[in-house]
Design a binder for this molecule. Structure first.
Ligand code: G3I
Length: 382
């Protein structure tokens, strides 16, 4: 009898322990505050998601996405190289993007498309003729061919998801990255789009996207635009586009931050100055790099990421500093709640992140909230 009672107690203990463990999984607890609720009067809270998440394979990730966020961005699957890898007619791979959108619709989320025209993750054939010769800026037929390809791509992709994708990153990272105020080049010379078409590629990309879905919000998206030189270039570019009646409708500030950059004053002055353009701002790819190497970098370029993650070691007290930086940033975002319509994190957990060594997000690799999560929730309170 004694053995039986001991066995029952042990079994009951296991049940309680198991349900406690389940409760500890963020997103399961009905009463805990969530990010989307905490900011429901300020802006949407989005997250970039990957294929394992929108196909439901990563069940813990899905629980977090659906409980904490009300907007999604596709981290990779809608980039040109993935959705349109080959030149022949109808050479599109819509499967993953279709799944991404079905996931967003099933969970009633605001669905973002990322990204139509970018210098990265674009196949080489886009910039070559049928014989592999690079298209040339001085050749009118070459320019025409490139514009035709861009038009087909945008028409096909935006057209397919018309009315379902509410907001597009139309042009990504076109600005010259130099931090020198004396560098008068407006655009990124290393981009084939810039070299072959100049600023026309931006003008046309927005026009084509608007033509394909007149109701979609069309975004210009870039990183480090808080800094003086790039900020000035952003303002010059957007004013030029507006003077040409180009349908640019929102500024996407990626905000790939580190533990001290951007500081409160820099972020505040950036949001104030950018609002003078008369467009809403979206924070599109928020994360805060806690790795030692990441404290020297303010770039979101994938080629510089290995360096920024250097060695992978975290700075001392990184979790506390991470929480502080997130609290600072969200307080500034709330101050600018009239201009900011959406704040999107670039990944769900640290394990999903492109800079995972920098442990830059609000949830750890076991889907548990970090001190930074509490700091963000607290920053919503007046
Ligand atoms: O899917 C392949 C896999 O099959 C292969 O085995 C593996 C080997 O390297 O690569 C996998 O693809 C990687 C892909 O991420 C998916 O994980 C690519 O190599 C890698 O380059 C790609 O990186 C993405 C990067 O953009 C590419 O430019 C990151 O996930 C993504 O977070 C990052 O996101 C960008 C935004 O789109 C624009 N702003 C900057 C931001 C960070 O760089």
């Amino acid at each position: 009898m004694k053995n039986f009672i001991t066995a029952i107690l042990a079994w009951a203990g296991m049940i309680v322990a198991a349900s406690l463990a389940n409760c500890a999984t963020a997103g399961d607890s009905a009463s805990a505050p969530t990010l989307k609720d905490a900011y429901k009067n300020d802006f949407l809270i989005g997250v970039a998601i990957n294929q394992r998440q929108f196909t439901g394979e990563d069940t813990n990730g899905v629980a977090l996405i659906t409980s904490q966020f009300n907007a999604i961005s596709p981290e990779n699957v809608m980039k040109w190289a993935l959705i349109h890898p080959n030149p022949v007619t109808n050479a599109y791979d819509f499967g993953p993007a279709d799944d991404y959108i079905a996931f967003g619709e099933q969970h009633h989320m605001f669905i973002v498309g990322h990204t139509l025209v970018w210098h990265n993750q674009t196949p080489r054939w886009v910039f070559q003729d049928e014989n592999g010769r690079l298209l040339n800026a001085t050749n009118a037929a070459d320019r025409e061919l490139l514009l035709q390809r861009m038009h087909d791509h945008i028409q096909t992709v935006v057209g397919r998801y018309k009315g379902r994708i509410k907001c597009w990153d139309v042009v990504n990272e076109a600005l010259n990255d130099s931090s020198s105020l004396n560098d008068t080049n407006l655009l990124r010379r290393s981009s084939p789009w810039v070299r072959i078409l100049g600023v026309d590629f931006i003008v046309k990309a927005f026009q084509y996207a608007h033509e394909a879905d007149p109701d979609a919000i069309l975004r210009y998206n870039d990183y480090s635009i808080e800094n003086p030189a790039k900020r000035e270039r952003l303002i010059t570019l957007i004013k030029y586009l507006q003077s040409q009646h180009v349908p640019v409708m929102a500024i996407g500030s990626q905000t790939h931050a580190n533990l001290s950059w951007p500081g409160v004053e820099l972020e505040d002055s950036f949001l104030t100055e950018v609002s003078s353009l008369g467009l809403p701002t979206h924070i599109t790819e928020l994360d805060v790099n806690g790795s030692q190497g990441g404290q020297r970098s303010q770039s979101a370029d994938i080629t510089q990421n290995a360096q920024a993650n250097g060695g992978g070691s975290q700075v001392d007290s990184a979790p506390e500093k991470l929480a502080q930086q997130y609290a600072n940033l969200f307080k500034v975002f709330v101050k600018h709640r009239d201009e900011i319509k959406l704040v999107t994190f670039w990944g769900v957990t640290d394990a999903d992140s492109w800079r995972r060594n920098g442990k830059p997000l609000l949830f750890d690799g076991n889907w548990q909230p970090k001190p930074a999560f509490d700091a963000v929730i607290k920053a919503a309170q007046p």
